[in-house]
Design a protein around this ligand. Sequence first.
Ligand SMILES: *[C@@H]1O[C@H](CO)[C@@H](O)[C@H](O)[C@H]1NC(C)=O
Ligand SMILES: *[C@@H]1O[C@H](CO)[C@@H](O)[C@H](O)[C@H]1NC(C)=O
Ligand SMILES: *[C@@H]1O[C@H](CO)[C@@H](O)[C@H](O)[C@H]1NC(C)=O
Length: 222
Amino acid sequence: METSCFSLSCFSLTLFLSLFTTTVLAGDPDMLQDVCVADLNSSVKVNGFPCKADITANDFYFKGLANAGATNNTMGSVVTGANVEKVPGLNTLGVSLSRIDYAPGGLNPPHTHPRATEMIFVLEGELEVGFITTSNKLFTKNITKGDIFVFPRGLVHFQKNNGVEPAAVIAAFNSQLPGTQSIAVTLFGSTPEVPESVLTKAFQVGTKEVDKIKSRFAPKKN
Ligand SMILES: *[C@@H]1O[C@H](CO)[C@@H](O)[C@H](O)[C@H]1NC(C)=O
Ligand SMILES: *[C@@H]1O[C@H](CO)[C@@H](O)[C@H](O)[C@H]1NC(C)=O
Ligand SMILES: *[C@@H]1O[C@H](CO)[C@@H](O)[C@H](O)[C@H]1NC(C)=O
């Protein structure tokens, strides 16, 4: 059955579909001015941060990735962000970096970045890295100093230092604030807790196993 597409509603539908497609394919929105340094203290809620009036070169500067972060934690890894929260000049620019340090045996556990593709560049050491597609195919590789690896936007990925020396990477993102959801913490360490019946059925295990994992990821009480 052929239907003509000259009616207003048909035009609206076409417009809606094209806008929707554009939104789905886009990263951070395009900027509309040279700079819009984030006013991180503003109470105004917008997509990103409002621009502040008085800006200096230091709004575009950060020294925080110069040194290795402390990896003496349970996972043996630490992510140091250089995103809009640390570098307010990044607001509306659609890029950011992180430095990730790994102790020998350290793991950056499976996680996703909902708003960005990630590229890592190995500064030192060796890492086993991988990502998993939505059809559950694992793409994995051992990489070493000077190598680059890409984790496509939104896909679950990890990095593991199987070596006996520390490792470090610089990670680049096409978002000023990529966001991170770490799978284990998201499901077993949320506040309030995800109902036990959801986790036992989802993971096909008993309450004992769920409680055991929850105990490892429970939010720290101060
Ligand atoms: C936000 O406000 C606090 C104190 O109210 C101040 O110390 C800090 O420098 C401010 N930050 C920015 C980015 O303006
Ligand atoms: C990690 O090491 C630093 C200094 O070496 C120390 O101050 C800190 O308490 C340690 N953290 C943990 C969780 O052990
Ligand atoms: C990476 O190296 C480890 C040994 O350190 C090996 O077990 C693993 O299969 C390797 N992975 C890939 C994807 O080649």
